[in-house]
Each structure stands twice: as structure tokens, then as C-alpha cells.
Design a protein around this ligand. Sequence first.
Ligand code: NXA
Ligand code: ZN
Length: 589
Amino acid sequence: DNSNETQAIMFLEEYNERAQTVYPESIEISWTYNTDITEANQQAMIDSSLEVAQFAKDMQVQAQQFNRTGFSYDTNRQLEKLLYIGDAAMEDPDQLEELNTLQAQMETRYSTGEVCLNNSPDQCLELEPGLTRIMATSRNYDELFWAWDGWREAVGAPAREDYRRYVELKNIAAQANDQPDCGAYWRSWYETPDLQAQVEQLYNQLKPLYQQLHAYVRRKLYNVYGEDFINLRGPIPAHILGNMWAQSWTNLLDLVEPYPGKPTVDITPSLVSKGYTPLQMFQVSDEFFTSLGLIEMPQEFWDKSMIEKPDDGRSVVCHASAWDFYNQIDFRIKQCTDITMDDFITVHHEMGHVEYYLQYKEQPVVYRDGANPGFHEAVGDVLALSVSTPQHLYAVDLLDTVVEDDEADINYLMSMALDKIAFLPFGYLMDLWRWGVFDGSTPSSKYNEDWWKLRLEYQGIIPPMERNEGDFDPAAKYHIPASVPYIRYFISFVIQFQFHKSLCAAAGQEGPLYKCDIYQSEEAGTLLADMLKFGSSRPWPEAMEAITGQREMSAVPLVEYFQPLIDWLEEQNKNEYIGWDGAPEWRPA
Ligand SMILES: C[C@H](NC(=O)O)C(=O)O
Ligand SMILES: [Zn+2]
């Protein structure tokens, strides 16, 4: 064994060179499948991922040969990144091929799923935009049920057997990375031994906020759907919250707005009436980033991104995503952009990923990652907290009128809570369920039972009709069949308010946190950029400290942001039943 650090550094430089050829080629093949789902493109992607796995394994074997004792922190950390390589570590190439095939099949089933009106094949709706629009705009209990149940029938139940085998193989891969199961492997990326405890503590601090919002929204839905469907002491039916997974309730704003009659803070009508195109939505977002002195989207981004669902008959993976091709040149977004405020915010979310890619592109490939996965999810959302303010939207002509008074502020905070507070239990339970599946405490015979137990316990929702193990409802959410971990979003929804508070201070903003808009502040941009440049070269507490001056995740800035609404809700709810009874004897029609 050559325990010579100079040799190791030479090896790392060679790896860095080769990786910037191997990965771009493979990612391009994956991009081709994602933007044109065919059997051939799917197989090409599977074949390419096997080649990349072989490369990663070869590099792992070489990295293992070094005796790292006495190596510098940086050399050691870079080598460490080459030792743990995910699925590629699987000993048996046939099992890896089986796993990659299962993952591709699950992704294809989800991305081509559709629900057809009385089985006439020419009246089918896909998730985006058809079913999403129904879930967002319909107030018809049965129509919502048709979309909700149809989607789960199309992409949920059929995925069950694939998923069961996927779990077995993912655990084999995890063990090849010295982890007991896949959930443990996914948590290891945070380098935080008590991550689960920290996340649970954050959730418990925020649970009262959620329960207050839940009680208030339940009352409003009771006023619309009546006592036959809404139990004022019980959970809320899962399909009437404006979203296919009840993870964001922003589409209920017109029903729950505290002070109706104020100018709306929802720019969807404006975007439509002003004839906004997806390209213009992306350009407005890019301008916000550059106003902070951040790096603009490069020409290749504009040339090669897919920002609309193709209308040439191609099937695509519509779930929005941002792509780093690891060649310091190609960065793209793939999004089936609809002309809505939801999608305008998603544009910022995805562009936040690309900004992170651009900021760390000079790092070695092994460090071209978020400080932790939650950081990567938070970047775009932090900027969107400023963009969403009525004052900002008015300043960029996306709102024609804006009123600044206490009532309008409560309306605005409600619209933000319907996104950020409503999400918290869902963001937490998605991987609570998966960690249980991977560690065996949730056997396949209880996949659906345990899912709905968590949905009841944490979200206070119930399915609009009895479910059983013939269903497989978790697979109706993209990240399950697509094997994308989810605790990163819960973490993002907490830390983005920590970042917002620090960037607002850097921008010299003095008012209440929810009114802050860092637009055009180069001080805020520099503070953010300096952290983004780290990539994953340092443990995430150091990145946290670089922005906030301390090393912990904290729910305090989130609570500070929403404090006026919390006070208002507690007053509004003083005679409401807060929380929900257990498994209800009551069942909706
Ligand atoms: C919150 C998460 N965002 C994302 O996938 O980009 C979701 O859409 O479920
Ligand atoms: Zn994201």
C-alpha cells in the first residue's frame, strides 16, 4: 500500500479528470430518457448506469489502497467520498442491473401514468397539467375523488411488487456501503449521528403551528363541504386540500383567506392575463438571482433546458428537476411549466439548484454537492421568500395593486403558511415511512396500513374511502418510485428561514421578517454565494455557521416569521377543537 499522500493527490486529480468525461456522457443519456421516454432510451440509460457503476467501483478499489493515516483533512475527505458509492457498490452485477431496471420501470410507470374519463382513451389526463389543475381548482368532492383515486389506481397499486423487490436490493446495496439498511445510508450523507432525533425535535417544536392551521382550515372546509364530509374534531379528507398529496394547501387560499376583499397575493391571474410564457417566468427568476450579484444562467442552460411539456407526442418525466452535467459547462432544468404561481415558485426552486451548481463548479467533482441535501433544496426557496412578498411582486409588475395593512399582512402570511406550515408533517413522514420500510419495521404486508397511520398521526388527514393492501398509495408520490429521499425537504423548510433571516440582516432589512425582500442586495448575495462555493467540501455545520453565525438547525426563525399569524390563529381558534381524534368511526360518503 502506498501510504504516500502525494500519490493519493495524484490519484484524486486523475479521478477528477476522468469523472468529467464519464459522468457527463452518462447524464446526457439519462437526460435523453427523461425528455423522451422510450424503451430504447430507458435501456440505454440502464446500460450507461452499469458502466458508470464499474468506473466508480474501479475508483473505489484504488482509493481503498491508500493508508490514510496522517493525510490532510482535505485529501482524507476526498478519498472518503470515493469509498461510499451507493448502488454501484453492489457485488453482484446482475442484482445491480435488476435494481436499475426496476427503478427505470417505476419512474416510467409514474411519468406516463394517466386517468381516463369513463375509459375513453381519448379523454385521458396525466398528472401534469390535467390532474394537477383539477386538484388545484375543483371544489367538487366527487370530481376530486375521481382524480385522487384514479391516480393511485394508475401508478400506486401497480408499483407494489416492483417496490418490494427494490427495497431488498437497496438494502443489499446499503450493506455494501457498510450501512445496515438504505435508510441508514441515506441519513449518513448528513454526517450527523443524531439526525433523526434533531429532525424529530424540530418537528415537535413546529407541530403546534401545524395543528392551529389544520383546525382553522378544517373549519373553512366544513363551511364549504358540510358536516357530512367534515368532522370538526377529526382528520380532513385527503383529496380536498388542493394538492394530490395534501402537501401544499396554497390552492385553498380563496376558501380560507382571513380577510376577503383585499387584493389577492396570488399572481396566477396576472401571469395569465399578462400572457406570461414559461421562458419569461425563467427570465424573471434569473434576473432576481443576478440582482444579488449571483451567477446568471449560462447560454447552454437556455439552449438545452426543457421548460415546457413537449407537444410533439413525446412522453417525458414531468416532475421538475435541475441537472448538473459535471463538466462545468452544461446545467439544465427540466420542468413542464404551467402558468401558475406554484410553478413560478418552482422555477426559483429549480434555479436555486443550478445556482448552487454554478457556484461550486470549480470544486473537485467529489465536492460538487450541497453541504447536505437539505441545503440544496433550500437555495431557491430562500430567494422565493423575498420574491413572494406582495411588495416585491408589485415592484416587478406581477401584482397590479398592493395594500399594506395588518389584515393584508395576515392574508399574506396565511398564503405562505398554506405552503410552508402545511408541508412540514408531510416532509417529515415521507422518510419516516421509508426508514421503517428499509429497516424492516414496516413489512410489505403493512406498506399501506403504516402509510395511512403516519398520514393520520402527522398530517391529520384520512383517505376519502377505505384503503387496504391491494392499494399502494405511497407510490402515488414521485419520490417513492423515483427513489429520491425526502427528509431533505423538511430540513430545507426549516433552514431556509434561518438563511432568510441572515440574508435579510446582511441586506440591511429592518422590518418584520415576513416583509423582507433582499432583491438587489449584493451584500446578501455575497453572503449566500460564499457559502454555496463550499459545495460539500466542509461538514454542513460550517456552512450553516458561514451564513448564520451558528452551527445548528433551528426552528426559531420560522416561528418568528409566522408569529403574527400564529397569534391570529390562536385567537380565531379559541373555540375550535385543536388536533384530531384517532382513527375515526366516521367515514365520508
Ligand atoms: C417538495 C418537493 N420538491 C421537489 O420535488 O422539488 C416536492 O415537489 O414534493
Ligand atoms: Zn429540489
